[in-house]
Ligand binder design. Sequence first.
Ligand code: SF4
Length: 246
Amino acid sequence: MSVTLPFEATLFNSQFWDNLALLVGQILLILIIVWIVFVIAMVALIVLSIKRKHLYFPMLLRPVLAFTEGAVATGCQVLGVDATQLMEFLIKIDNDVNTTAFAAVPVENRAVFFPQCLRSSNCPARLTPDGLKCISCGRCGLGSVIPPLEEAGYKTFLIPGSTFIKRMVKKYRPQAMIGVGCILEVKEGLEMGKRISMITLGVVTKTDGCVETTMDWDELLEVASIGLPEPIVRREQVMDESLKRE
Ligand code: SF4
C-alpha cells in the first residue's frame, strides 16, 4: 500500500533541498573562515603597529575593525595589548584616516571642544549659553591656546558636558572639529563625529580625572595647524594683578 506524503514533506525531502542546505552550510563555513582570517590579520597588524609605533594599513584597518572589534580586542588582550593601548590605537587610526579631509576644511569652519576639567580649580570663567568663557587669566594653559586658535579662525568651546557639543554643532554648523578629552571621551567624540558625519580629530589629555587635568598644548596646536599655511603658536599669558591676590 502506498502512503501519500503531505506536499511540504515531499518538498523538503527532495534532492533540491539537500543540495541547497549543503550549499548554505558551505557558504557559512567559508564566511566563518574568512572572518577568522580577518580577525587574526587585524590582531597581528594592531600588535605590530603598537609595538613598532607605526600605523600599518590604517585605511584597511578601520572598516574591517568595524565588524571585528570585539573579537580583535580579545585577541589583542591575549597578546598583551590592554584595553587602553587598543583605544589609543583606534583613536590614532581615526585621526590618520580623517587628517586629509580635515586639512581641506577652511579654518573658519572648524571648531575645538575643550573639557572643563582642563581649567584651574580657581577658574574665573563665566558660564554662557556657548559654554565657559575663558578670560586667559593665566591660571591654566587654556588661556595660552584659546586666543591664538580664535585669531586663526577657529571657534573654541570650553564645555561643561558632552551635550554641549551637539548643541554647538547644531548652532554653528562647523564642518570639522577637534575633540579634546580623556581616552574614553575622545573615543566617544570620534564615534559621535561619525554618527553626525562630521570630520573629527581627537587629542587625548595627559592625565585623567575631573579636576585640573593636563595636556600637551603643543600637540594640540600641531593638530589644529593641519592644513594651515602658518602653524598656530602658544601665547604668553599675563596674570591679572587682581587675580594674583585672590
Ligand atoms: S586661563 Fe583662567 S579663565 Fe581661562 S580657563 Fe584657565 S583658569 Fe579659566
